[in-house]
Design a protein around this ligand. Structure first.
Ligand SMILES: [Fe+2]
Ligand SMILES: [Fe+2]
Length: 438
């Protein structure tokens, strides 16, 4: 007769990963998400398409929310804080993700993110959700299921962008495909993202064909719009009124559309300070960038709904360019300056739009106001922290703001008489069309 077993034991699939194993995997995903979103933020100004800028901002925010949830979950699993701050054995994988920021061209960036990095994360999340325990690890399942569906959406958006970028730039095609092949090779050498053990760390050096990322001095602009530096006459002519009635409706929508500079600036500052400021900075500035993309989209949608064509709409660059060549703290300062400068007008304009019976402008301005209140807080908080980290007086944030005001006014003074005349013509044409269609 066989003796009775001393313990209860039978193989259980759900015990495949212990608490510590799960924390290691989630930490890997956190670093992949972080790296991916920082590179995407950095690339916003270099990509011309307005649709891509707006969508990238949303994807950055989605990925920052996923990374934030991953980070919280790793802490919940009682993983030591100091280990969460280090990439550890996943270093060689994260190095490949980081390398994508140095993509040699826009098509190379879009192809490598859309066809390699995002699918690698999607597949890893799917595997993780299939293999992990829905009881012990239930909290992860909730947010990672959402992240999986977002990754699927993101891949679906990147594919036509990559295809179009390749077909519009045939001279860059070969380089972009060679670049993505080099990344694919590196990824397979380290076993991809996956849910397996981390590969042994090996420093493989820069990817062949890499071009060190630099913040563009000039933002790429969607060629469907009327290109300019100064997008409305009142920017360059102090006597030109901001306006009331229909002129205010138009001016406000054009302002919203031109918040494209704020999406770009959000992306640049997110990436510029990603390694200087703590994680919360990335989390906040991802939301900030996304919010600005919604304001831009609000303006675009209103103008489209009133029957305007993109070619009739001025899309300017002056605020972005006013901070070019400066320490990136002035880009952060520029966002802060414009948030705090304009916020007081918003409730009044919301009321005016209500009085005009323009419910859409009223709605957009009211939501915008709520976002901008959050942003003014971000600006003040992070300017102070950045100054403190640099060993400077945090109270100097007001001086940064003042210098931004001066940078903009100096830049505005470079407007040529032709530019002033042209933007007045464009504004007059918009007003005339608005009168006709009203
Ligand atoms: Fe905004
Ligand atoms: Fe804002």
């Amino acid at each position: 007769m066989t003796p009775a077993p001393a313990f209860l034991s039978n193989p259980q699939a759900r015990a495949r990963w212990m608490r510590h194993d799960v924390a290691q995997l989630l930490k890997r995903f956190f670093f992949c998400e972080r790296s991916l979103l920082v590179s995407a933020a950095a690339w916003i100004p270099a990509i011309a398409s307005l649709e891509i800028k707006i969508s990238l901002a949303r994807f950055i925010w989605q990925n920052a929310e996923t990374a934030h949830a991953l980070r919280d979950r790793v802490f919940e699993l009682r993983f030591p804080n100091r280990i969460l701050e280090e990439q550890g054995t996943d270093h060689s994988l994260i190095e490949i993700f980081d390398g994508v920021q140095d993509s040699p061209s826009v098509p190379a960036f879009l192809v490598s993110v859309g066809r390699l990095l995002l699918p690698a994360l999607r597949d890893a999340y799917r595997e993780y959700l299939e293999a992990s325990d829905t009881i012990a690890d239930g909290p992860t399942h909730r947010f990672l299921s959402l992240a999986l569906s977002e990754k699927t959406e993101q891949i679906g958006a990147f594919e036509p962008w990559a295809e179009l970028a390749l077909s519009q730039n045939p001279e860059l095609r070969e380089g972009a495909l060679a670049w993505s092949q080099a990344i694919a090779n590196r990824l397979s050498e380290v076993g991809g993202v996956g849910v397996g053990p981390a590969p042994s760390a090996a420093n493989r050096g820069p990817l062949p064909g890499a071009k060190t990322y630099a913040v563009p001095d000039r933002p790429a602009r969607d060629s469907r719009f009327w290109p300019c530096r100064f997008y409305w006459p009142d920017v360059v002519d102090a006597n030109y009124p901001y306006g009331e009635g229909m002129q205010l409706q138009l001016r406000s929508a054009i302002s919203h559309l031109n918040e494209v500079w704020a999406i770009e600036t959000g992306g640049v500052i997110l990436s510029s300070f990603a390694d200087v400021l703590p994680w919360e900075w990335i989390h906040n500035s991802a939301r900030w960038t996304y919010d600005e993309s919604r304001h831009c989209q609000m303006g675009y949608e209103r103008l489209m709904s009133w029957g305007f064509q993109p070619a009739e709409l001025p899309l300017g660059t002056y605020i972005y360019e006013g901070a070019s060549g400066q320490d990136p703290i002035y880009r952060l300062g520029m966002l802060y300056f414009f948030e705090t400068k304009n916020i007081r007008h918003k409730p009044t304009r919301t009321q005016l739009f209500h009085a005009y019976g323009d419910g859409l402008s009223e709605h957009d301005m009211d939501f915008d106001w709520a976002d901008e209140t959050i942003h003014a807080g971000y600006g003040r908080h992070w300017l102070k922290d950045l100054l403190a980290i640099r060993g400077e007086d945090p109270a100097a944030h007001e001086q940064v703001r003042e210098r931004c005001e001066k940078l903009v006014s100096d830049y505005v003074r470079t407007a040529t008489p032709e530019e002033v005349a042209d933007v007045k013509k464009i504004a007059a044409a918009l007003m005339a069309k608005a009168l006709q269609t009203s």
